[in-house]
Unconditional design. Sequence first.
Length: 164
Amino acid sequence: MPDIKFDDVSYHESLMLSRCVELAREALEYGDEPFGSVLTDAEGAVLFEDRNRISGGDRTRHPEFEIARWAAANLTPEQRATAVVYTSGEHCAMCSAAHAWVGLGRIVFATSTAQLGEWRAALGAAPSPVAALPISAVAPSVPTTGPVAAFADAVRALHEAYAR
């Protein structure tokens, strides 16, 4: 089947981003900030997925960081370089650095750091203790795609629900 384009991403990529939003919804249901991420191999097979798990007190339990840890332990450097990370929200500085240090490949994100910052400000949320930098500022050699406009409303609604 040809790779059909959907709002600047392929059909497969839109499916992976949809799964990330599902994982973000699951995170919200467990009292965590709504973020979800999926790691695929070069052919698009899912290798690992996770959701945010910060409610236990460890604020580093971001799904993107867990993906980097898992990939370092389970994939060769060559496999990591061709892997793709899909995520509901653009990596924070911590996760961008982990991604680059582990040598993972491309990142596809549904919503951007800038969008999240705007939403948080509109909701009156406290500022992050970490600078809100785009991936390109932290890991400039990592190729990225995003944000994908089709997911903005769904992700924004999850963050609004979390803020309440």
